[in-house]
Ligand binder design. Structure first.
Ligand SMILES: CC(C)(COP(=O)(O)OP(=O)(O)OC[C@H]1O[C@@H](n2cnc3c(N)ncnc32)[C@H](O)[C@@H]1OP(=O)(O)O)[C@@H](O)C(=O)NCCC(=O)NCCS
Length: 151
């Protein structure tokens, strides 16, 4: 894969447009940036030759005990790999990296929300140990799972 993972500084956030359409999802981008600035969101990027190929974030407090419990459970948010670079192991590498950072920070559990019809993500997460179903519900985007991994 030949790239490397590093923490994203808030001022570098606009470069995530290498990975996803930030103009189209401007509301989401604004929320993520505000969380990054506040320190509630930690984001790492997978970078190769100056191009961002993938991104993962951990959120410390999400106001939902399924997702976050102070000092114990941390939430994986916005795992995304640039479309042209999928199926090259980048997503898996990013999740494994986030797990090691969460362990270093003293967390024991990691949560994720994933749409039931998102087969690639479900396969990736279950393969990496997110096997406990905390919740099966439905929102505007359809049915989704909240999954837990014990670290
Ligand atoms: C989900 C996503 C992050 C996976 O990233 P990726 O870099 O392509 O994944 P990897 O190459 O590391 O694949 C790891 C494992 O995930 C599973 N997987 C990934 N993509 C898959 C696909 N299209 N079909 C089936 N399984 C898939 C496989 O088990 C794969 O292992 P394998 O290649 O040995 O079979 C990527 O598809 C993506 O960005 N999707 C859009 C955003 C998204 O849905 N994010 C998750 C929100 S919860």
């Amino acid at each position: 894969m030949n790239g490397s993972i590093r923490m994203l500084r808030p001022e570098e956030f606009p470069q995530c447009s290498d990975i996803w359409d930030m103009e189209k999802h401007a509301d989401l981008a604004a929320r993520f940036l505000s969380e990054l600035r506040s320190g509630n969101r930690l984001t790492w990027v997978y970078e190769r030759d100056g191009l961002f190929l993938g991104e993962i974030s951990l959120v410390l407090n999400k106001d939902d005990p399924d997702y976050t419990l102070p000092g114990r459970r941390i939430y994986v948010s916005r795992l995304i790999v640039r479309r042209e670079n999928r199926r090259q192991g980048i997503g898996k590498t990013l999740v494994e990296y986030a797990v090691s950072r969460a362990l270093e920070m003293g967390y024991a559990e990691m949560s994720i929300g994933v749409d039931m019809d998102n087969y690639p993500a479900l396969r990736l997460y279950t393969g990496l140990g997110f096997r406990e179903i905390l919740f099966l519900g439905e929102d505007a985007d359809g049915k989704y799972f909240k999954l837990l991994k014990r670290l």
